[in-house]
Write a protein that binds this ligand. Structure first.
Ligand SMILES: C[S@@+](CC[C@H](N)C(=O)[O-])C[C@H]1O[C@@H](n2cnc3c(N)ncnc32)[C@H](O)[C@@H]1O
Length: 188
């Protein structure tokens, strides 16, 4: 992430939006079970809210510096931070009860890599478990925040068929003014 984007993701305003709008919208009515997986926690404002929703949260961050800071921030808590690339998760099949990725897919540089990451989420969730996510919609402001940074926005019009193509079931995609959310279940 560039400096401006990192600052935003660590801000009090973002933390407030995550707690009041983002996490409730994505997780509404979704059983998360006891072993939740978070992909791309960044500075950890999403992690701070998600850790309240499950007894155990594993957070996967590809950036070594962010992963180290997260380890310190969530030491002695129910969060385990793992430094890894979520397109190739270091976990066995069906290990988690649910998985979630918030405002991170656009940082994955190609549609193929995004699909690989989504397929990994599906692989490590037990059959019937929730696979959930949210990302910002494309806009000039969104692009401006990503100068000199990876930015491959997710098209809500094609996301349903992408998720179904990965074997996920009960797929739903919804948008509001700012973002898209998706929910699905891991297949058997
Ligand atoms: C914009 S931040 C979002 C942070 C947080 N989810 C939030 O909404 O505040 C995106 C994060 O995803 C991480 N990320 C990008 N690609 C990743 C990958 N392949 N595996 C794991 N993390 C990744 C980035 O390093 C960054 O910390």
């Amino acid at each position: 992430m560039n400096e401006a984007h990192l600052k935003l993701c660590a801000s009090a305003e973002w933390a407030d939006a995550v707690r009041r709008y983002i996490v409730p919208w994505v997780t509404a009515g979704q059983p998360l079970g006891s072993e939740l997986l978070e992909i791309g926690p960044g500075p950890g404002e999403t992690t701070a809210v998600l850790r309240e929703l499950a007894p155990s949260l594993t957070a996967i961050e590809v950036d070594p510096q962010l992963a180290e800071k997260l380890r310190l921030r969530f030491a002695d808590s129910n969060v385990e931070v793992v430094e890894a690339d979520a397109t190739d998760l270091p976990f066995e099949d069906k290990r988690f009860s649910a998985a979630i990725c918030l405002t991170m897919l656009h940082h994955v540089p190609t549609l193929e890599a995004q699909d690989k990451l989504l397929a990994e989420m599906a692989r490590v969730v037990a059959p019937g478990g929730a696979v959930l996510g949210l990302d910002s919609l494309d806009s000039p402001d969104f692009r401006a925040l990503h100068v000199d940074d990876v930015c491959v926005p997710v098209d809500p019009a094609t996301l349903q068929s992408r998720l179904e193509g990965l074997g996920l079931v009960d797929v739903e995609v919804e948008t509001n003014e700012y973002a898209l959310r998706f929910s699905a279940r891991a297949g058997v």
